[in-house]
Design a protein around this ligand. Structure first.
Ligand code: GTP
Ligand code: MG
Length: 180
């Protein structure tokens, strides 16, 4: 029998508060965007089916809280992740500088077999703001960061304009599938 096997891939989205993690997921899954900021508390997931070649995979995407006081996820939460998406805001330097902390936190908690090859994806969000005039982290600088940490794929997005989000999550799905 040639039954298609269903694959569930666990994806965890991390990054500072306000960078647009929830907005990216809402745009990707529900095609909607809200200007209003509502802090995520704890963690919650959405699912999205993605076709990759002849395989139908289900992404289980976990949104997390960037605010320290809401961020209390134990190792059990991180374990079994197939991919980790690190999000920062290209207009706020601090959110880029903390990427290392998020990455290390993830590796410490998830404890993957081979940390050097665990699939991360980096997303620089809010490229629409002020027509790009208020950005403080250049694409070059972000890409260098990614290259020096094991060639992490890099995407620049706008959750507001729905720019490059499908591409980013397709990459997430493909990378996670390889890791699974
Ligand atoms: P926490 O839940 O606290 O971790 O924050 P978050 O990372 O989930 O941020 P959220 O998605 O709630 O977005 C924060 C604010 O930025 C909201 O007011 C959004 O409307 C806004 N925002 C998110 N993405 C974009 C974007 O691409 N462009 C613009 N202009 N605003 C955005
Ligand atoms: Mg949120």
């Amino acid at each position: 029998m040639d039954m298609k096997r269903r694959t569930l891939l666990k994806v965890i989205v991390l990054g500072d508060s306000g960078v647009g993690k929830t907005s990216l997921m809402n745009q990707y899954v529900y095609k909607r965007f809200s200007q209003q900021y509502k802090a995520t508390i704890g963690a919650d997931f959405v699912t999205k089916e993605v076709q990759i070649d002849d395989k139908l995979v289900t992404l289980q995407i976990w949104d997390t809280a960037g605010q320290e006081r809401f961020h209390s996820l134990g190792a059990a939460f991180y374990r079994g992740a197939d991919c980790c998406v690190l999000v920062y805001d290209v207009n706020v330097l601090k959110t880029f500088e903390t990427l290392d902390n998020w990455r290390e936190e993830f590796l410490k908690q998830a404890d993957p077999g081979v940390p050097e090859t665990f699939p991360f994806i980096v997303v620089g969000n809010k490229i629409d703001v002020d027509g790009g005039n208020s950005r403080v982290v250049s694409e070059k600088k972000a890409k260098e960061w990614c290259v020096s940490r094991g060639n992490i794929p890099y995407f620049e997005t706008s959750a507001k304009e729905d720019y490059s989000i499908d591409e980013a999550f397709l990459c997430v799905a493909k990378t996670a599938l390889v890791n699974e």
